[in-house]
Design a binder for this molecule. Structure first.
Ligand SMILES: Cc1cc2nc3c(=O)[nH]c(=O)nc-3n(C[C@H](O)[C@H](O)[C@H](O)COP(=O)(O)O)c2cc1C
Length: 380
């Protein structure tokens, strides 16, 4: 399975093409829209989300409520396009209003130099995390496939700025958290909401950390035999491709790297009916690049949003004179939607790895292959 996305933040729409999706997966626009709505919620979002009401248009690959095996084409319209037509048209555009004050921490300067652009808008429109709406839409297709194969996903926020959750939630606890600020623990949640509002008042921004949990991942997905088939490498690449994601940890290594080895590994037991199990899950469900059948747990660290209402110093690209950086309408904290995006890209990475292991042009075939494999494991 592979994915391409296209679209500028204030262009007409975002597009996703997902190729390699097996036929026969029940899929409708409402399922994808529910995931898109989750991405739009959350404390710290900027004014843009008041304009957008993301809805998917399924352009191809689905008929009568089922996937066909052909590329699934998805379109998410940008409502804001109406306000930007004069500046973002493919044809002649309104002169003036070029962005020449690149924001520290954003792609503005690097992209303008690399692609030989004089206006940072030519870069920032695509670097914008608005692109993640296309990935959440595509991720919903992957999620639907995984649901059919017995895999469920959840996520939460573990930190907002310096405010940290007291502990990681269970899968069920993560599902029940407040979507506005899904950070476990009432006290910590209230402090996180306050921190976001204080940042907004002070012209500041915040980063944080999120957790993604996948339950029901079959032991044996991924492989130790080649670097790019390691499931942690594949999921890590997906997660680090999220704008502003700067670190990924599996299991509890952010704490357990300080422990002696005997306290950081998961002992192995065999239980009749369940097979090989672990009483602990330090590894976060992955050993040797292969899923071990325990819950898959990935933590992702996000740097603070780089567009500041009180901008940092930069340089005007026309004159090289110092000036405050460009201010683009922006989120104060993107960690809540980032958790939803992280879930979506984990779904994409897991679906790729599932299809690599179990193959199948139709859901029936994929499922039969999975069941045959599980039956073989049950004999061990
Ligand atoms: C869901 C989400 C929303 C974001 N919203 C903003 C935003 O409103 N303003 C901003 O400057 N950066 C925002 N970012 C981060 C930037 O897109 C990102 O920092 C930028 O593209 C540069 O890439 P890098 O931080 O990965 O180097 C957001 C990130 C995510 C995941």
């Amino acid at each position: 399975m592979r994915l391409l996305t296209a679209g500028e933040s204030h262009g007409p729409a975002l597009l996703a093409v997902v190729e390699g999706v097996p036929a026969g997966i029940p899929l409708d626009a409402a399922f994808i829209d529910a995931q898109l709505a989750r991405r739009q919620r959350g404390a710290g979002r900027g004014a843009r989300q008041k304009i957008e009401r993301d809805r998917v248009e399924i352009l191809s690959g689905v008929r009568g409520g089922e996937t066909l095996g052909s590329p699934v084409g998805l379109r998410v319209a940008n409502r804001d396009w109406e306000n930007w037509k004069a500046r973002m048209a493919a044809g002649p555009i309104e002169p003036g209003r070029e962005v020449t004050l690149p924001r520290p921490g954003h792609a503005d300067l690097a992209g303008a130099l690399k692609y030989d652009r004089q206006d940072c808008r030519d870069v920032l429109e695509r670097a914008s995390a608005r692109e993640t709406a296309a990935r959440v839409a595509a991720g919903a297709v992957a999620r639907r496939l995984l649901e059919e194969l017995g895999v469920a996903l959840a996520s939460c926020v573990l930190a907002v700025g310096a405010v940290e959750a007291e502990r990681e939630p269970t899968f069920e606890e993560a599902l029940a958290l407040d979507p506005e600020m899904p950070l476990p623990g009432d006290g910590a949640r209230a402090r996180a909401l306050e921190a976001v509002e204080a940042a907004r008042r002070g012209g500041e921004t915040l980063g944080g950390a999120v957790l993604v949990v996948a339950r029901g991942v079959a032991a044996g997905v991924g492989s130790h035999v080649q670097w790019d088939r390691r499931l942690d490498a594949r999921l890590g690449a997906h997660l680090l491709s999220i704008p502003s994601a700067k670190g990924v940890c599996f299991g509890d290594v952010a704490r357990s790297h300080r422990l002696p080895g005997s306290a950081a590994q998961d002992a192995i037991r065999h239980e009749a009916g369940r097979g090989y199990v672990r009483p602990t899950n330090h590894a976060g469900g992955l050993e040797g690049g292969v899923a071990n059948g325990e819950e898959l747990r990935a933590t992702v660290l996000f740097k603070p949003v780089s567009t500041l209402a009180r901008p940092l110093p930069t340089v005007d690209m026309r004159t090289h004179e110092p000036a405050p950086a460009h201010i683009e309408r922006s989120d104060v904290c993107a960690v809540v939607p980032a958790a939803v995006v992280a879930e979506a890209v984990v779904a994409l990475g897991l679906a790729e790895a599932y299809l690599e292991k179990f193959g199948g042009d139709s859901l029936r075939e994929t499922r039969r292959n999975l069941e045959a494999y599980r039956a073989r494991l049950a004999e061990r």
